[in-house]
Design a protein around this ligand. Structure first.
Ligand SMILES: Cc1cc2nc3c(=O)[nH]c(=O)nc-3n(C[C@H](O)[C@H](O)[C@H](O)COP(=O)(O)OP(=O)(O)OC[C@H]3O[C@@H](n4cnc5c(N)ncnc54)[C@H](O)[C@@H]3O)c2cc1C
Length: 392
C-alpha cells in the first residue's frame, strides 16, 4: 500500500505507550526546553550541582531522565524495552556514561558494555549496542595519532590497551550475535577509529552484520567515503554495516576549523547535508545485497523519502537489512508509525546511573534548543494528542 505523506501526523499511534500523565509531563518539559535562556541556566546549574555533589538525582530522574533514558539497571530497562516491544519497536542500547579519562575508567566502561552484550544477547528486542570509542580510550591520544605525531612508548602501550578493549567487545558481540554500532565523533580523531572499525568489520561481518560504522553526512567528504567503504567490503567479501546520521558536532567542528585555519569539514548549509543524507540512504538501499543500513534520523522528510524509496525499489519493508532509529523520548511520531508499516523501527535508548547520564541529558536539552523547530514540533504533536484524547 502506498504510504501517505501525512503518515507522521498520526499521534494516536505515536503516543500509544504514553499515559495522559506522561503526556502532560512531556508537554511541560518540551515547553521549558523551548526556552534557550532556561536551558542554558538549567545546564549550568546541573553541572554546578554535580561538581558540588548535591543530591539532584531525584529531580533529574523525575523529569528529563525518565523521558530520555531506559533506566539505571537492566531490570529497569527491561520494562521500557517490553513496553516498546509490544508496539514492535526495538532498541539500540547505549550505556550513557561518557567522557572518562583514565585507564581504570575505560576498563570499567568496557566491563559495563560486556554486561550489556550479555543482556542484549538474551533479549530479542535489543537490535544493537551503541558505543563511543572515546569511552574506551583517550581522545587526545587519537588526535595525536591522526596528526601523525610520534607516540611515546607509554602512549603506544595505551593504544594497544584501547585496541584490546575494543577487540574484546567485538568478539563478545560476535559470540552473542548482537550488532555493535560504533558512533562517529569529532572529525579530528575519526581517521584512526574508522580504520579500526573497518578492520573489525572485515573480521566479524562475514556471515552476519555485527560491526557497524557511523557515517556523518554533514561532512562533505562522507558520501565518497561511504562509496569507498562499500567497494572495500565487496572486494574484501564482508558485509558493510552503515549507520547514517547527519552529525552532532557542527558548531564545534566549524569553530575549531576557523580557529586553526583549515577548511571546515562540514557542508556550508543544511540543504547540502540533506541532499547527501538522502543520497546515502538511496545508495545503501541500492546495495542491500552487500550491506546493512541503519537510517538514524529524526527528520520526517528523510524518513518519508526512505519509505517511498523502499516501496519504489520493491524492497520488502520487513527486510532485516534496513533499520530505522530515533532517540528515546523524541520522534515518537516517526518511530511508532514506521513500526506500524512493518519496518524495523528502533529507539536509541541510553541507560545508566542518573548522575552519570546527566551530561547526555544536558546535550539533549541543548540540542533541542539548537535544532530549529524540533522542540516546538514535539510540543505541538503532544498537544495535538492531548486534544484528541479529550475529544474521544
Ligand atoms: C539513533 C541515532 C544515532 C545517532 N548517532 C550519532 C553518531 O554516532 N554521531 C553523531 O555525530 N551524531 C549521531 N546522532 C545525531 C545526529 O547526527 C543528528 O545530530 C540528529 O539526529 C539531528 O539530525 P536529524 O537527521 O535527526 O534531523 P534534522 O533536524 O533534519 O537535522 C539537523 C542536523 O542537520 C545538520 N545541520 C543543521 N543545520 C545545518 C547547517 N546550517 N549546516 C550544516 N549542517 C546543518 C546538523 O547535523 C544537525 O544536527 C544520532 C542520532 C540518532 C537519532
Amino acid at each position: 500500500m502506498k504510504v501517505s505523506p501525512d503518515i507522521f501526523e498520526d499521534t494516536e499511534t505515536a503516543y500509544q505507550t504514553k499515559t495522559d500523565g506522561n503526556l502532560y509531563k512531556a508537554k511541560t518539559m518540551f515547553q521549558l526546553m523551548g526556552n534557550n535562556g532556561l536551558v542554558s541556566l538549567g545546564s549550568s546549574l546541573a553541572t554546578l550541582a554535580l561538581s558540588l555533589h548535591l543530591p539532584v538525582s531525584s529531580l533529574f530522574r523525575w523529569t528529563v531522565y525518565n523521558h530520555f533514558c531506559g533506566g539505571e539497571t537492566f531490570a529497569e530497562c527491561k520494562k521500557t524495552i517490553q513496553v516498546l516491544g509490544k508496539s514492535n519497536v526495538g532498541v539500540l542500547l547505549n550505556y550513557g556514561v561518557e567522557l572518562k579519562e583514565t585507564e581504570e575508567d575505560f576498563d570499567k566502561t568496557i566491563a559495563k558494555n560486556l554486561e550489556a552484550l550479555e543482556f542484549a544477547g538474551k533479549n530479542k528486542s535489543v537490535k544493537a549496542l551503541c558505543v563511543k570509542l572515546t569511552g574506551f580510550g583517550r581522545l587526545a591520544l587519537f588526535e595525536k595519532i591522526q596528526q601523525g605525531d610520534k607516540l611515546t612508548p607509554e602512549e603506544k602501550k595505551e593504544f594497544t590497551a584501547f585496541r584490546k578493549r575494543f577487540e574484546k567487545l567485538c568478539d563478545v558481540a560476535s559470540k552473542n550475535e548482537v550488532a555493535l554500532y560504533v558512533d562517529a565523533e569529532e572529525s579530528w580523531i575519526q581517521n584512526p577509529l574508522d580504520e579500526l572499525v573497518e578492520e573489525m568489520m572485515a573480521k566479524h561481518n562475514k556471515k552476519n552484520c555485527i560491526v557497524f560504522n557511523t557515517f556523518q553526512m554533514y561532512r562533505w567528504d562522507r558520501l565518497d567515503y561511504l562509496e569507498e567503504q562499500m567497494k572495500k567490503a565487496k572486494d574484501g567479501n564482508y558485509i558493510l554495516g552503515a549507520k547514517l546520521v547527519r552529525g552532532a558536532y557542527m558548531e564545534k567542528e566549524r569553530e575549531r576549523a576557523k580557529e586553526m585555519g583549515y577548511p571546515s569539514p562540514i557542508h556550508k548549509n543544511k540543504k547540502a547535508v540533506d541532499k547527501d543524507f538522502d543520497e546515502a540512504v538511496n545508495l545503501c538501499l541500492d546495495n542491500l545485497e552487500s550491506l546493512f543500513v541503519c537510517i538514524a534520523s529524526q527528520s520526517e522528510e528523510s524518513n518519508l523519502l526512505a519509505i517511498q524509496q523502499i516501496d519504489k525499489k520493491k524492497i520488502e519493508r520487513t527486510s532485516e537489512r534496513i533499520i530505522f532509529s530515533q532517540l528515546y523520548g523524541m520522534g515518537d511520531n516517526i518511530t511508532f508509525n514506521l513500526a506500524k508499516l512493518g519496518l524495523t523501527a528502533t529507539k536509541y535508548l541510553p541507560y545508566g546511573p542518573v548522575k552519570d547520564v546527566i551530561p547526555y541529558l544536558i546535550r539533549r536539552a541543548q540540542e533541542n534548543t539548537s535544532v530549529s523547530g524540533q522542540t516546538s514540533r514535539e510540543f505541538q504533536l503532544i498537544k495535538k494528542e492531548i486534544k484528541r484524547r479529550k475529544a474521544d
